[in-house]
Write a protein that binds this ligand. Structure first.
Ligand SMILES: [Zn+2]
Length: 342
């Protein structure tokens, strides 16, 4: 009896795992037939794609690396599959619109219209603006620390969190760079790079929120606080890359990391007498509202602006306020340290 229960449970679980990968759009029989035909003939209706002429000789995609084709052939295959899926999706969405039904997701993504071959142009523009904002923020922080504020005798900054914020700046630049690439061209590699960079940034900023708000200054204590979280984040990134890119699970991990650090900053803003705590409040409230956009996902308006793109838009002003808080913190802490020294 018990055995049968476990077999049934295993069956249900494995069926769900299989279904999770598919979306309403790509389980549709007409869409599937269209993609299959396109990959054989290289055409959807009148449109034909040159990449599909160099199709593989039946070498499996996910075999061991030494069995796979050279990278340039793989790119061609990806191009062929990408073009087939895109044009079949656009055709299918036109049919659905004529029938009066709303858009559905394909392979976990909403149907977006390409502009000059760029998949989600609005998200690319916003990602680039976030990148620019982080660069501006980090550069002005750097100039403040090393050219405007007084330095110690060994030419190091008084501010004890300088190094941690520099790493934060680098991880942010890296994350928004890959976000812009991923939204221009969504293939397996760019997707993994974007997800991994985002998780690394989110995990690191979570650790940083603990270190700064509890004012952890000793190197040994910092290592002790960070170690368990760092190992969890590293394991999670490896899980996504080498085991399974599980969107649902990754979303949960990211939401927990994001909510936890917003709460930590909110509590810090509530108890501290930091002169710039109102900037923290702005970022916490703004960040919380922006996160709703990422969770309540809606289809792209006119095929361009979806919840995710809007979420990337909201982080642009928040990034500006955030770096301004970091600069204020550096100034405030430096003047406190100098007062103590006198
Ligand atoms: Zn994105």
């Amino acid at each position: 009896m018990l055995n049968r229960f476990w077999i049934a449970l295993l069956f249900v679980v494995s069926w769900h795992v299989g279904v999770l990968d598919a979306s309403a759009g790509d389980v549709d029989a007409r869409y599937r037939a269209c993609v299959k035909e396109c990959q054989e003939t290289g055409c959807v209706g009148e449109r034909c794609f040159p990449h599909c002429k160099f199709s593989s000789k039946g070498v499996p995609f996910d075999g061991p690396w030494y069995m796979q084709e050279p990278l340039y052939l793989k790119w061609k295959q990806w191009d062929c599959q990408g073009d087939c899926r895109y044009h079949c999706m656009i055709d299918r969405e036109k049919e659905r619109e004529a029938l009066g039904t709303g858009p559905v997701k394909y392979h976990g993504k909403w149907p977006f219209k390409r502009v000059y071959g760029i998949q989600e142009p609005v998200s690319v523009v916003f990602s680039a603006l976030n990148l620019a904002m982080h660069f501006h923020g980090w550069l002005s922080f750097f100039i403040l620390l090393y050219y405007k504020l007084p330095l110690k005798q060994d030419r190091k900054a008084y501010y004890e969190f300088a190094g941690l914020w520099h790493i934060y700046g680098l991880l942010s630049l890296n994350s928004w760079f890959w976000s812009a690439i991923f939204h221009s061209r969504d293939v397996d590699l760019t997707e993994k790079l974007d997800y991994s960079s985002a998780v690394a940034l989110l995990g690191y900023s979570f650790i940083l929120s603990i270190l700064r708000s509890f004012n952890v200054k000793a190197e040994a204590s910092r290592v002790m606080v960070a170690a368990p979280f760092l190992s969890f984040i590293a394991t999670h990134i490896m899980f996504l890359n080498f085991y399974k890119l599980d969107y649902g699970w990754n979303m949960k991990v990211c939401v927990v990391l994001a909510v936890a650090q917003l709460l930590i900053w909110a509590i810090f803003a509530g108890v501290t007498r930091h002169p710039s705590r109102w900037k923290l409040w702005l970022v916490v409230v703004g960040g919380g509202l922006a996160m709703l956009l990422e969770i309540y996902d809606f289809p792209p308006y006119q095929g361009f602006v979806d919840a995710h793109a809007l979420w990337h838009a909201t982080t642009i002003p928040l990034t500006y306020i955030w770096w301004s808080f970091i600069r204020d913190d550096a100034e405030f802490q430096t003047s406190n340290l100098l007062k103590k020294a006198k």
